[in-house]
Design a protein around this ligand. Sequence first.
Ligand SMILES: [Zn+2]
Length: 72
Amino acid sequence: MKHTFSALLMMLFTSFAYAHPGEHHGGMLDAIAHLLSEPDHLAMALIAVVVGVAGARFFRRRTAARILAKRR
Ligand SMILES: [Zn+2]
């Protein structure tokens, strides 16, 4: 469930990666090099990582709280 949610979140954010004009030509390595060299892609990747970490922490804390609540 967590992985599905994370995957869906990542898929949502990839659409924002097409923010700059121009196209993404070339092979896989060119695309990766381009994604790592463009500041707008790096910013979106950073935002996705921050949202992913925040979501993981939220789910982890909620799960821990539910486990503690069951023990009482
Ligand atoms: Zn690009």
